[in-house]
Design a protein around this ligand. Structure first.
Ligand SMILES: [Fe+2]
Length: 470
């Protein structure tokens, strides 16, 4: 029976190294390592965590070489995880709070006691591999055995930094966004060049900063999509989880803060009817216009929809996002949106090294039937507005990452890698697709079910590690 809830069961296993049987054939050129990050354990002692984003980070590694796949997994050895093993919730997680007094909550607001549970994605930065979440605590790990190396301070003085930062391949720098919730609340845009220290580009003060998960970058601008899901810092002093501190203001616009990357100046901030977003897909410039593509939800209700209580129900009620393009006219300071794909999509990816900052043609992502959990993959041609769909009964795929074929000339010349749950086999598997044809070419089963993951990266063998998504 198709029971997606297997993917939300708490997991306690770690796997040192296991060769997976590969059905089908992997391309000869595919050589490198796929790292995935996401929650593994959903409980602390006898109490359950509340939200999907609360679970403790389990790193998963798939080394692909000569047509074979070697799998390993290991929990990130953080203070949060060590606490959980002793039955203690040490930090507030996204949707679950420890039993804290006002003093601890104040300390938390000033950035003093934030979680190190870096469960969202992985990055290769400053010569090492790191697991990231939305606090300033990046955790370095050993790429060979996934052991935890230690904590690294993320950036400039903020309460948190987004796990979805951007890499500019031309300028050879990361551009990231932080949020400040204590004194002088607002956003901090910063750059972190390969050849120098991180520095602030600008600070934008806000009485009520929004909850922001990603932003967009073009050659000259950073675009912060500020939806009206916000909170005054005072609200974090009350005894309620982080996620529940934000309020949705349906009468307010969603505003695009367009910031000049060089001067830090906000050049325009057009408003549009409100929507909520987790993930941007791409942005680029054409003449005096900026184009910003993202996955838009009608409102914030996707946030409470991702509580474990809902996800663990037989027919979870999860709103659909749509792929939308906003055109921002820098001359008139106006913005308007149109739907590229309205069929429901999340975890959007592209050929990042080609697409980021540039016009692009293909967006990949996961989709689903109403009242179910992710059960298909999409390949959307954003130029033509057409959609290809891949689906197989009882398979629940995760984020599809694009890996380009070396020397490939077309944007979709490569493979897609997705870790999926097979509810019939009661095991997870790695799915490999020919991205051009959008057809499965290989599959390899894990020895067990690993919980659904969030994001990851593929680093090709013998190449400078480059990001494979935002
Ligand atoms: Fe994300």
């Amino acid at each position: 029976m198709d029971d997606h809830r297997l993917g939300f069961k708490s997991f306690d296993d770690e796997t040192d190294s296991e060769q997976l049987d590969v059905e089908g054939a992997l391309p000869d050129w595919l050589s490198g390592t796929l790292y995935r990050n996401g929650p593994g354990r959903f409980h602390v002692g006898n109490s359950a965590l509340t939200h999907w984003f609360d679970g403790f980070s389990l790193l998963r590694r798939f080394e692909i070489d000569s047509g074979e796949i070697e799998y390993s997994s290991r929990f990130l050895d953080t203070e949060a995880y060590r606490g959980a093993r002793k039955g203690e919730l040490r930090y507030p997680e996204f949707g679950t709070n420890p039993e804290w007094g006002l003093f601890d909550r104040l300390k938390n607001l000033m950035g003093g006691s934030l979680t190190d549970n870096a469960s969202i994605t992985v990055r290769h930065r400053n010569g090492e591999y790191r697991a990231l979440t939305e606090t300033n605590r990046e955790i370095a790990f050993d790429p060979a055995d996934l052991s935890t190396l230690g904590e690294r301070e993320a950036s400039v003085g903020t309460t948190g930094t987004l796990a979805h930062d951007h890499y500019d391949f031309l300028q050879e720098e990361w551009v990231g966004l932080g949020t400040r919730l204590g004194r002088r609340p607002g956003y901090v845009l910063y750059r972190d060049p390969d050849d120098g220290p991180a520095e602030e580009i600008t600070e934008i003060e806000r009485d009520e900063p929004a909850y922001i998960h990603s932003f967009a970058l073009t050659d000259h601008y950073a675009i912060i999509t500020e939806h009206p899901f916000s909170a005054s810092p005072r609200r974090f002093l009350a005894d309620r989880p982080f996620a529940e501190s934000f309020r949705w203001y349906p009468e307010r616009d969603t505003t695009f803060l367009v910031i000049d990357r060089r001067t830090g100046e906000t050049v325009t901030e057009p408003g549009v009817p409100p929507f909520f977003t987790f993930h941007h897909v791409d942005a680029h410039e054409r003449g005096d216009d900026l184009y910003v593509d993202l996955v838009a939800f009608e409102d914030y209700s996707i946030v409470p929809a991702l509580t474990l209580a809902n996800l663990r129900s037989r027919a979870p009620d999860i709103p659909d996002g749509e792929l939308r393009r906003y055109r921002i006219d820098l001359d008139t300071g106006r913005a308007e949106g149109r739907t590229i794909f309205g069929g429901g999509i999340e975890f959007p990816t592209t050929h990042y090294a080609e697409a980021n900052l540039h016009p692009y043609q293909f967006c990949y992502g996961v989709g689903k039937e109403p009242k179910s959990f992710n059960d298909r993959l999409h390949k959307i041609d954003v130029e033509r507005g057409s959609d290809d769909e891949w689906q197989e009964e009882e398979i629940h795929p995760g984020e599809p990452l694009f890996v380009p074929r070396p020397g490939g000339e077309q944007e979709d010349d490569g493979v897609l890698l997705s870790v999926a749950l097979d509810t019939d086999e009661e095991r997870s598997c790695v799915l490999v697709f020919d991205a051009t044809e959008f057809e499965e070419i290989a599959r390899a089963y894990l020895p067990h079910v690993v919980p659904f993951d969030f994001h990851g990266a593929f680093y090709a063998e013998d190449e400078e590690p480059t990001p494979s998504m935002s």
